[in-house]
Each structure stands twice: as C-alpha cells, then as structure tokens.
Design a protein around this ligand. Structure first.
Ligand code: SF4
Length: 320
C-alpha cells in the first residue's frame, strides 16, 4: 500500500474567532496567522462559533463553566443565564458536518471551545477546580473520540504543530484507505504502513498495538478497526522524540543494508548518528534513505509513511 499524504487540502474545523471574525463576547477576534496562513496551505478551514450559532449575539454577556449538578455554562454576571444544553445541542446538530472533517482547531480557555485549558469554577464561581474542555469541544469529543483536536495557541509551537499535522494526515489517510473499504486486511495494511512512524512516537505503545493486531483478528471488523484507529491516534498524540525517531530510522536503514556498499552503509550510519546528536536535520536522513529506497524490492519499507513527505518537509514546521 502506498499512502499519498497530501494530494488536496484537508477539511479541518476551527473556532471562528481564530480566523479573524469579530465574534468574541466583546466584539473582538483572536486571529491566528499560523492557522489561516501557514496551516491554511494544507487545510481547508471551516469556521464555527457555537456561542453565536445558539443566538447569543455579539456583543453578549460573558459565560463561564461551573461545576454544579453537572458542568454548566452560565453567565459570569447572571448565573440564571444557562446555555449548557444549547451549546451541547449545537454540537449534536453539526455532528453530521464534523463527520467530514479530519481535525478541529479550537480556541484555548474558552468555556465553549477550549480543549484542555478552560477553567472549571466552583459553583459559587470563587475558585478553579480544574482546567479541562469547554462544553462544545467536550461534546465533539464524545461524538468523535479519535478526531485530532488542538488548541490554537499550542499550534504556535513547532513540535506541537507537527504533531497535530501528523495526526490529521493519519486520520485523513484512514478515512481514504480503510473507512471506504472496511476489511481486516485494510486495517492491517494501514497499521503496517504506519509502523515505523508509530515507533518514532512510542516504542512500547507500538509494540502493544502490534500484539493487539496479531491477537484480535477474530473481532468483528468494525470493532477491530475502531480499536486499531483509536490506538494509532493515541500513539501519534505522543510527541516524537529524537531518540525514538533515531530508533525508527535505524530500523529503516536495516532494510537497505544489504543493498548498499560498505562506504554507503558507513555514510548512512554516520548521518543517522549525527541526527541523533542533533547536528543534522531529519530531512537529511530521510533524503538519503529515499535515495537508496529503489534498490530494495521489499514492499514493507516502500510503504512506510515515516519515509514519505512529513510536516517538517512541507515547510510547516521547523526541523527537529
Ligand atoms: S472561542 Fe469559540 S465561542 Fe468563543 S468566540 Fe471563539 S469561536 Fe466563538
């Protein structure tokens, strides 16, 4: 199987205030150029503002989340203003549209859109009990447990941006290669093609997934596919370390060894070691591995997504 990572823009949802629309409670916006200009090169951004969509208007009274009989979105000044069910109902309403998205970028700290940084206040509003999701984001997560979601502000960091892109590309590839032709063989092909990329994110979790794939083929295909996709997305959400990437590159090198001269082997080994030490970029190693790739007939290594164009090489992140 050959997975083409990026043939056309991928549909991704985004909080409307992040694309520059003045929809915040006070009539302002929080435009993110990283999202609209940099990520806009490969994402087709579809903007949503849940608070405007439920009719709160602009400007509007600010809301916050309180832990009461359950988590509730109420007015900061008027606790009788309760939009909990309205926000969740909006997420339910747009779920059929979100089904077609391959990621969602959400505004941090928002009582509606935050993914992990939204304050959850005590019922009397005096103190913060936790930082977690806003109500709209939490409901989306219930509908789409494996959908890549990230906060706008975190995407300013190159490593977090690369991680989000990797997850969106994988989620998109899954829908194109597995969901359209759901068979155990397709699930296994997908896992196999991602194997070295997964190793670069977590060796122990990838080994556990390998065991699961081997031992679970008797499961109904829907359940098997769901579990494998969930585990793949969970592994990819771990940041790839230089150490684990080096390990995955060395595995790739192992497939090529017998097709290289002694000098070529030494040059490749030295380059991987220089990457390990932080003296050479990942792209240098990938370029050399790709250069030698046509020499081997083994499909396994040809199929590896690790060796395909990756976010750093698309100019969307810095090399690490
Ligand atoms: S954070 Fe969400 S609800 Fe708030 S203005 Fe932005 S899009 Fe609208």
């Amino acid at each position: 199987m050959h997975i083409q990572l990026l043939s056309q823009k991928i549909p991704v949802g985004i909080s409307r205030c992040a694309v520059g629309d003045p929809v915040r409670y006070n009539g302002s916006h929080k435009h993110s150029k990283v999202c609209t200009q940099l990520l806009g090169n490969c994402f087709e951004l579809q903007a949503y503002c849940p608070e405007v969509a439920i009719g709160m208007g602009v400007p509007r009274p600010p809301i916050h989340l309180i832990v009461s009989d359950r988590l509730r979105a109420v007015g900061r000044e008027d606790p009788n203003l309760d939009v909990t069910e309205a926000l969740e109902g909006y997420a339910d309403t747009i779920a059929p549209e979100v089904e077609n998205l391959r990621g969602f970028i959400l505004m941090q700290k928002s009582p509606s859109c935050g993914v992990r940084t939204t304050p959850h206040y005590k019922e009397d509003g005096t103190g913060v009990l936790a930082h977690d999701s806003g109500l709209f984001a939490a409901r989306l997560r219930q509908h789409f447990p494996h959908l890549p979601m990230e906060e706008v502000g975190r995407l300013n960091a190159s490593d977090l941006r690369e991680n989000f892109l990797t997850r969106v590309f994988a989620y998109d590839a899954w829908h194109r290669y597995v969901a359209t032709d759901l068979r155990p063989a397709r699930v296994i092909e997908f896992y196999t093609a991602y194997k070295y990329l997964l190793l670069a994110h977590s060796q122990p979790m990838t080994r556990a997934l390998g065991q699961f794939v081997s031992n679970s083929r008797a499961l109904p295909v829907e359940e098997f596919a769901y579990e494998v996709r969930g585990k793949i997305m969970e592994i990819l959400s771990q940041l790839a370390s230089r150490k684990d990437r080096t390990n995955a590159l060395m595995h790739s090198q192992g497939h090529l060894k017998s097709y290289l001269s002694k000098e070529e082997r030494a040059e490749l080994a030295l380059l991987i070691d220089e990457y390990r030490q932080g003296n050479k970029p990942l792209s240098a190693v990938l370029t050399m591995l790709r250069h030698y790739l046509p020499r081997t007939p083994h499909q396994f290594i040809h199929s590896q997504v690790l060796l395909a164009a990756e976010p750093a090489e698309l100019g969307l992140c810095e090399f690490r």
